[in-house]
Design a protein around this ligand. Structure first.
Ligand code: PHE
Length: 335
């Protein structure tokens, strides 16, 4: 049996074959195992003698198999090292350093500010249902407000999210009230592109829901938050704005961060810059999110991340941001 085993073992070249041999000899019905089972028919001295011999054989078979497995592994490694996959780690690298996208830089900066104010940061999909993008946001089918956003519909009946508000319902359902969350994300609208319009852009939505949240909380919060973003004290003012998912809804302006409100070319002499839409979350939206509007109120705002990145880095053409042109995009990284 030992000779047969050694002959067979010397033939194998891969680990699968070795496993077969192991089963054939040491498995439940293996030859060595059968020998051991045979011991019970023997008597005293015989049993002892054969027992020792068979156990010796068993150990030997076991050790030889282990050694062979190791040998095969070594050979395999050797083959890899000497093949095309070999590379020289000591060669100098001639690749340029990578860089963060300006939108990523602004997004991370904002996330840090919001996290310090107790907000959780939520991720959300880009392909969403009509319900999440519109219906849950108080925009029923055939409502004219749907025309405000030119939507890309997909063959499967879903759509590319047109705004980060599409995540509101899911996040309200996930956490309930009270709630503070931001959700950055990529949005899509079927628009023709020019220097200030793109069909693909980034927003960062924020919601704060609690007992007794009012418009003055909204104003104070936005002022504090935006002063951190622009690294200087900014004033805010609200103008009425219409969005079906907020009531009342506003367009929020900040005092120009370049001239401090005195009037310059950036703010076209007005001292104000239109920054972001916001408002008090509509009771229907809270209700759809499983939150009782009698008990809780809240505000929501939609920051244009793409727009903020352009302001921060003085990027004139929005198309540069989606261009994938590394020469253009890499210059913002060394602040
Ligand atoms: N979702 C709106 C848009 O993209 C912006 C918005 C967000 C308005 C939150 C009000 C409150 O047009």
């Amino acid at each position: 049996l030992r000779e047969k085993f050694e002959a067979e073992l010397s033939e194998v070249r891969d680990s699968e074959a070795i496993e077969k041999i192991r089963v054939a000899y040491l498995g439940k019905k293996g030859s060595v195992t059968e020998l051991l089972k045979g011991l019970k028919d023997l008597t005293g001295a015989e049993k002892k003698e054969f027992g020792q011999t068979i156990n010796l054989l068993k150990r030997e078979v076991d050790e030889k198999i282990t050694a062979q497995v190791e040998a095969i592994r070594k050979a395999e490694e050797e083959r890899l090292v000497n093949s095309a996959e070999r590379y020289d780690v000591t060669l100098p690298a001639d690749t340029a350093y990578g860089s963060y996208h300006p939108i990523t830089l602004v997004q991370r900066e904002l996330e840090e500010i919001f996290a310090s104010m107790g907000f959780t940061i939520e991720d959300y999909r880009e392909i969403v249902t009509d319900y999440n993008c519109f219906e849950a946001l108080n925009i029923p089918k055939h409502h004219p407000a749907r025309d405000m956003q030119d939507t890309y519909y997909l063959d499967n009946g879903q759509l590319l999210k047109t705004h980060t508000s599409a995540a509101q319902n899911t996040i309200m359902r996930k956490y309930g009230a009270p709630l503070r969350a931001i959700f950055p994300g990529r949005c899509f609208r079927n628009e023709s592109t020019d220097a200030s319009h793109e069909n693909t852009f980034f927003q960062m939505e924020g919601i704060m829901i609690d007992k007794d949240i009012s418009i003055s909380n909204l104003i104070y919060f936005m002022k504090t938050m935006l002063s951190k973003v622009f690294k200087q004290d900014v004033n805010v003012r609200l103008r009425p704005g219409f969005f079906p998912f907020v009531e009342p809804g506003f367009e929020l302006d900040i005092s120009c961060h370049i001239c401090g409100g005195k009037g310059c070319s950036t703010c076209h002499g007005s001292g104000w810059i239109e920054l972001c839409p916001c408002g008090m979350i509509h009771p229907n939206v809270l209700r759809a999110g499983g939150i009782d509007p009698e008990e809780y109120t809240g505000f929501a705002f939609g920051l244009g991340l793409t727009r903020l990145a352009m302001m921060r880095y003085g990027i004139k053409d929005i198309r540069d941001l989606n261009s994938g042109n590394l020469k253009t995009l890499a210059q913002f990284n060394h602040e």
